[in-house]
Design a protein around this ligand. Structure first.
Ligand SMILES: *Cc1c(COP(=O)(O)O)cnc(C)c1O
Ligand code: SF4
Length: 367
């Protein structure tokens, strides 16, 4: 990025988000001003050593401090439970590293790659499945660091989708995003740019005309947001999503199923319907809790998740329903966990349970 680009950026009027960052929690020491419990206070320093603390003001303001189990608080305030590593938990829960041929890139499915322009985020979620990488690598964006990954994409014509993830790609300056977008769109076989981000949730004021403009070009753009609770759906988040929709971006959401945050059907129902009907964001995935260290206290069982999504299917239309998936260890990928409706088969006749719970037969007739 040139110094000119920096100047242009700070001269734009769209800088309200910088106040949101400045007035938020930027370091663990900023937690001192918050009404934490003695146990949270004691845990904070130690927890921050393995996963940074950062909370923009807009997100901090959503916390109801009178509720010790507040679902917003649970996502960002370090808890003493984080310090307990359970047997079987993993540093790299979904096998990003094993499928990384060059730094800052993971290639597990032929047609799409993960690209990590930065290992920093606008907010640090306590349950993050990449917290180990964010802490051990931790670096931000530089042009040079991305060169091997861009060369790899150029050399692999089977790659059609580039997924910017991290870290949070939308924590980068507009000029850096424009540069990354231009480099990717210069590779002719790439068709879609996908961005996985928590910025529309935690720092919605950052979704400015300048940011959106930086991403517009030849490529189809899909933004996958990360809302976990209906209280995160605010008028600011609504404005951020409207800006992105009006720019022509396709908006999807992935949520993580978290005990004590969104593991009740009423909460998921409101989350998924408000995402679709208010924000115009299609619920895409509901992730079963992966095996990130220190997260046993936020994990549900798979059976609990299956019961929740079965009930959700009864209550909400198809477009409001996410697919419940587990991202398997060792790079097994994302696999649906929803209960199968197939109860049996005899030759060409399948026994399938309907949405009303009754068993029906379907006999295949193929010419
Ligand atoms: C999640 C993920 C993707 C994207 O998967 P979709 O099912 O297309 O959303 C791609 N590559 C890796 C390594 C992933 O973990
Ligand atoms: S924004 Fe994403 S990558 Fe960053 S801490 Fe939260 S879950 Fe992890």
């Amino acid at each position: 990025m040139t110094s000119d680009a920096n100047l242009r950026e700070s001269a734009t009027p769209d800088t309200a988000w910088q106040d949101d960052v400045r007035a938020g929690v930027r370091h663990v020491r900023d937690l001192a001003s918050l009404p934490l419990s003695p146990a949270e206070r004691a845990a904070a320093q130690e927890a921050a050593a393995s996963h940074k603390v950062r909370i923009p003001k807009a997100y901090l303001d959503l916390i109801d401090w009178s509720d010790p189990h507040d679902p917003i608080r649970a996502q960002v305030i370090p808890s003493p439970d984080e310090l307990i590593a359970a047997e079987g938990e993993l540093d790299d829960p979904i096998g990003d590293h094993a499928f990384s041929p060059v730094p800052r890139l993971t290639h597990r499915h032929a047609d799409r790659v993960l690209l990590f322009p930065t290992y920093q985020c606008a907010v640090y979620c306590r349950f993050c499945f990449r917290k180990e990488s964010l802490t051990s690598i931790g670096r931000g964006y530089t042009r040079e660091a991305l060169e091997p990954a861009l060369a790899y994409i150029a050399e692999h014509p089977e790659i059609r989708e580039v997924i910017l993830t991290g870290g949070d790609p939308l924590s980068l300056p507009d000029a850096a995003l424009a540069e990354i977008r231009a480099r990717i769109e210069a590779i002719p076989h790439v068709r879609l740019l996908r961005i996985h981000t928590r910025v529309p949730v935690a720092l919605p004021s950052r979704i400015t005309a300048g940011l959106v403009g930086a991403l517009q070009g030849r490529l189809m753009v899909t933004v996958v947001t990360h809302f976990n609770h209906p209280r995160e759906i605010t008028s600011r988040a609504e404005a951020a999503c409207r800006t992105m929709r009006q720019a022509g971006f396709v908006l999807l959401n992935q949520s993580v199923l978290l005990k004590g945050v969104n593991d009740r059907v009423e909460v998921l129902e409101e989350l998924c319907s408000e995402l679709m009907y208010r924000l115009g964001v299609k619920p895409y995935y509901l992730h079963h809790g992966d095996l990130a260290r220190g997260m046993a206290h936020r994990r549900t069982t798979i059976a609990e998740g299956q019961a929740l999504v079965a009930e959700l299917r009864q209550r909400l239309s198809g477009i409001c329903n996410p697919t419940y998936v587990i991202d398997l260890p060792e790079g097994g990928g994302k696999v649906p966990l929803g209960a199968s409706h197939i109860e049996g088969r005899e030759g060409e006749t399948w026994l399938i349970r309907g949405q009303d719970g009754k068993l029906r037969t379907y006999r295949e007739v193929v010419g």
